[in-house]
Design a protein around this ligand. Structure first.
Ligand SMILES: [Zn+2]
Length: 89
């Protein structure tokens, strides 16, 4: 678990991980079910997230945010995220 959570401390794009590892991370964050249900979207652009277009994890372990791989969304992480309740992290 600690190893998975360490992803958040880096605050950068996910390293190249296998689908299995990605699933483990997403499951640990309770994000695997919404991903598979097709209800997980990028909080920046609203694009539906799939295993193929997940770009970055951010936020905190208690409030994880998953962004798509669009460069604008990854770059946008430097700015406050709008549309997610204005939490700071
Ligand atoms: Zn996006």
């Amino acid at each position: 678990m600690l190893r998975r959570m360490s992803l958040f401390h880096k605050r950068e794009a996910l390293p190249a991980v296998s689908d299995e590892t990605l699933d483990e991370v997403l499951e640990a964050l309770d994000l695997l079910a919404p991903l598979e249900a097709g209800s997980l979207t990028c909080p920046t652009c609203g694009r539906l997230l799939t295993r193929a277009n997940i770009g970055t994890l951010s936020g905190s372990p208690s409030r994880p945010l998953v962004f798509c791989d669009a460069s604008a969304c990854i770059t946008g992480l430097r700015d406050p995220v709008k549309d997610v309740g204005g939490s700071t992290c």
